[in-house]
Design a protein around this ligand. Structure first.
Ligand code: HEC
Length: 224
């Protein structure tokens, strides 16, 4: 069989068999612009600190990264207390205790915005998909049977509180999106230098190549 036919057959099989919607897409994800400004990320940190830290850790985020989002030294020192500056943000509850209470280990949130498909939109939708069941309990439309208690009390909030909670959820998503790639800004600015360097280098190599070739005899075809 022709190699191209084989490749296209393989690709088709892959597309058909791969679980395109592997996530628990019980409801469409909310449309959301992810904020990237320091104010939103800082507010999002506060939301994480007050609402998520009890159960979730951020093991790849260290206190020493927090000045990058605009916190000054005094604020970082107050947050870390007796912890070292290069310690990561721990949850207040141990994994074992959380597992016992909730029946699931709360996952690390450092990479969550990358780990889930359309991560930021997924997290936002998850937090605002809690609803009150007719028997008075709650469930989640995006992840039915979720073991995480409704962190903002969204399921029992009135319309006004829901708007406030949605704003908090947006902020925490901005923070978790930063947390999943805290060095993105640095890398982007370094990238510009690297590209400029490569352009200049290519130009110099081109000039050198021209000079070297000028000294060589013309190709055989032109000599005839
Ligand atoms: C009281 C404990 C608790 C709090 C507070 C809490 N969570 Fe969770 N979270 C859990 C547990 C337990 C799970 C595992 C759920 C499961 O597997 O059913 C979880 C799972 C998650 C998941 C993963 C869902 C998935 O796709 O598997 C995300 C995202 C998440 N939490 C975000 C947050 C955010 C953001 C906050 C703060 C606004 C927060 N959580 C507050 C306990 C908590």
């Amino acid at each position: 069989m022709n190699i191209l036919v084989k490749i296209s057959l393989l690709l088709t099989a892959f597309l058909v068999l791969s679980p395109a919607s592997a996530s628990t897409a019980a409801m469409p994800l909310a449309k959301l612009d992810i904020a990237n400004d320091k104010e939103s990320i800082q507010r999002g940190f506060e939301v994480y600190y007050n609402n998520c830290r009890f159960c979730h850790q951020l093991k790849y985020i260290k206190y020493q990264y927090l000045p990058d989002i605009g916190f000054d030294k005094a604020k970082v020192d107050a947050l870390r207390g007796s912890q070292l500056i290069n310690a990561s943000l721990q949850s207040t509850m141990s994994e074992a205790a959380a597992n016992e209470v909730f029946g699931a280990i709360p996952p690390d949130l450092s990479l969550m915005a990358k780990a889930r498909k359309q991560g930021p939109r997924y997290i936002y939708t998850l937090l605002t998909a809690y609803y009150e069941k007719s028997d008075g309990g709650y469930d989640n439309k995006l992840m039915p049977g979720i073991k995480m208690p409704d962190p903002f009390g969204y399921s029992v909030a009135n319309e006004n509180s829901k708007v406030a909670i949605e704003a908090e959820a947006k902020d925490v998503v901005a923070f978790l999106n930063w947390a999943a790639d805290p060095h993105a800004d640095e890398r982007k600015s370094l990238g510009i230098y690297v590209i400029t360097y490569l352009i200049i280098l290519s130009f110099l190599l081109y000039v050198i190549m021209k000079r070297v070739w000028r000294r060589l005899p013309p190709p055989v075809s032109e000599q005839l």
